[in-house]
Design a protein around this ligand. Structure first.
Ligand code: ATP
Length: 202
């Protein structure tokens, strides 16, 4: 349709949960993290370039990119990190925009944990933030991933702060209630987005 709602929120805030409620209403989405993985799949030019640059030991035996090995190579190496970003960012952006353009629902969601950190909101007409207090982010993520609190806290600290995220939001879903109780709010946002999309098209 050409109308894009950027959906973001910190780790474990409930982006996937909220996106699924929009999917139930027939709304399609593009997942920025998924696109970032797609551009380095076997057969993609970017993977060949990465192998050329870092050597074949960056591949797993099955030919897939060894993400852990790549992380190690670019860790604490600003030049290598920059090289990789300059390769991947334009490809990710291009593929993301292609997939958004291919969406046929009344509007589309661009799901990105780092929407605001990576300035992807420039591709969205509106920013929807899924918001929960940090304690709940921590407890839900620990429960879901069975990881230590410290690890989740580190990721949380690397993302923009809750007040900053809320400041950049056009709309907010407060995800402190049970999932079923979110439905009326999502339905209301859905109606507004349909209206906005119609107005943009007109
Ligand atoms: P990430 O950025 O880490 O991928 P996310 O923002 O997509 O996370 P979800 O996976 O949707 O977050 O939610 C995190 C966890 O919290 C999941 O286990 C999910 O089932 C649970 N959860 C989400 N919303 C609610 C809710 N309203 N009530 C109870 N549990 C919830």
């Amino acid at each position: 349709s050409g109308y894009v709602v950027g959906l973001t929120g910190g780790i474990g805030s409930g982006k996937t949960t909220v996106a699924n409620l929009f999917h139930d209403l027939g709304i399609q989405s593009v997942d920025a993290d998924l696109v970032a993985r797609q551009v380095v799949m076997p057969g993609e030019a970017a993977l060949d370039a990465i192998v050329q640059h870092f050597g074949a030991d960056i591949l797993q035996h099955d030919g897939q990119l060894d993400r852990a090995a790549l992380r190690t190579k670019i860790f604490a190496n600003e030049a290598e990190k920059q090289w990789l970003n300059q390769l991947l960012h334009p490809l990710i952006r291009q593929r993301m925009l292609q997939q958004l353009a291919a969406c046929t629902s009344d509007y589309a969601l661009l799901i990105a944990p780092l929407l605001l950190e990576n300035n992807l909101q420039i591709y969205a007409d509106r920013v929807l933030v899924v918001d929960v207090p940090e304690e709940l982010q921590l407890s839900r993520t620990i429960q879901r991933d069975q990881v230590p609190a410290e690890q989740v806290q580190n990721i949380l600290n690397s993302q923009i702060s809750r007040p900053e995220r809320l400041r950049l939001a056009d709309d907010v879903v407060l995800n402190t209630v049970p999932v079923f109780a979110l439905q009326p709010q999502i339905q209301q946002l859905h109606s507004r987005y349909q209206q906005f999309a119609k107005e943009k098209l007109a």
